[in-house]
Design a protein around this ligand. Sequence first.
Ligand SMILES: [Zn+2]
Length: 183
Amino acid sequence: MSTPAPRLAQSANRLPGGGTVIDRLVTANRAYAAGFVDPGMDARPVQRVAVVACMDARIDLHAALGLELGDCHTVRNAGGVVTDDTIRSLTISQRALGTRSVILIHHTGCGLQSLTEDFRHELEMEVGQRPAWAVEAFRDVDQDVRQSMQRVRTSPFLPHTDDVRGFVFDVTTGLLREIDPRA
Ligand SMILES: [Zn+2]
């Protein structure tokens, strides 16, 4: 390497044995690539389904849903909420890459349940700028799943809204609980 390493911030995520977490990921990738065989897959998801889920570290979506590599599109964000950007991904998923079902997965113990929209105000006080995005905090996870289903079903950009279902994943049992959109 001829270029100097970028200066790390005081708070760089260092490991006890030296290096950073990202260094560890890059090392793991070298081992992964060494054994990698091109699966020759098409970019179109085999099961024609898009999964919208919270980014929570405890949810192993593929394992929890019996999905294999290549089966689905995965759209994850804080809360698994349906934002304009989620709709952007779903629109591309359906119109350009052939998916037609959408499964929404929120979960018990979500970090967004402990936040409120005050979070935006606090951010503004700290950095002098109010974020353009909503925090999308919620109190009632079932109601938030219903709202998310509604946003998908009413999007004018999505051609396939007949197979949209929402669930709450229990992080202590691994079980999904389906949410009735009409309740
Ligand atoms: Zn969450």
